[in-house]
Design a binder for this molecule. Structure first.
Ligand code: TMP
Length: 216
């Protein structure tokens, strides 16, 4: 019996990925497929402390790009070993709200850290735990802005200039071009129902283990 897939969701703030993560989880639940959802940064007690530090710590406005990069990798390496790998080995499908492509795009392309270093540390943090499929929800800046939860205080990562998010979007496009077998670029400007069914169709066609319903 083939193992259940490791699925990741990516995209810039306001792209609708968290909605699609929840909708996919609900589908798996209805189909009797065992699954778990993770988010980054976070997903473990250590990771959630790192998340707080990255987003809201009072002194974090002075955080250097290098520190930020290492904290994301630290959170991820904990999540992979504590949660994701053991779950996949137990035969559970894993849906991750962000994974190493976020670091490639945000710290590598948008913050302009050394690309090779980002690749090496990504590889070190995840080991052999690489996603089977990655959905990048692609939206333009205007759509993203209109979808951001309001009113609430923007966290540190959401206080970047417009060019930062343009670089994020471009970098996701480039990644998708470079790894067409793993990364699927989804037009995130459509309504959530359409996107959900496109994602589900693609998953069912690629991973037979999802439709053979392991618990029935
Ligand atoms: P989210 O909870 O809306 O997905 O936000 C997480 C923020 O952290 C978002 O601004 C992207 C950022 N981020 C990085 O910059 N690098 C990373 O490796 C990860 C996982 C997230």
């Amino acid at each position: 019996m083939p193992r259940l897939p490791f699925i990741t969701f990516e995209g810039s703030e306001g792209c609708g990925k968290s909605t699609q993560v929840q909708r996919l989880a609900a589908r798996l639940q209805r189909s009797g497929v065992p699954y778990l959802v993770t988010r980054e940064p976070g997903g473990t007690p250590i990771g959630e402390t790192i998340r707080e530090l990255l987003q809201f710590a009072p002194h974090n406005s002075a955080m250097t790009p290098e520190t930020e990069f290492l904290l994301f990798e630290a959170s991820r390496s904990q999540l992979v070993r504590e949660i994701i790998k053991p779950a996949l080995e137990r035969g559970v499908c894993v849906i991750a709200d962000r994974f190493f492509d976020s670091t490639t795009v945000y710290q590598g392309a948008a913050r302009k850290l050394n690309r090779k270093m980002v690749e090496r540390l990504n590889a070190f943090a995840v080991g052999d735990c690489v996603p089977d499929i990655t959905f990048v929800l692609d939206v333009d800046a205007g759509t993203a802005e209109s979808r951001m939860e309001k009113p609430r205080k923007a966290d540190r990562m959401e206080q970047q200039p417009a060019e930062f998010y343009e670089r994020v979007r471009e970098a996701y496009h480039e990644l998708a071009k470079g790894e067409p077998n793993r990364i699927v670029l989804i037009d995130g400007s459509r309504n959530a129902d359409e996107i959900e069914s496109e994602i589900w169709k693609m998953l069912c066609s690629r991973f037979s283990a999802l439709t053979t319903n392991p618990q029935s």
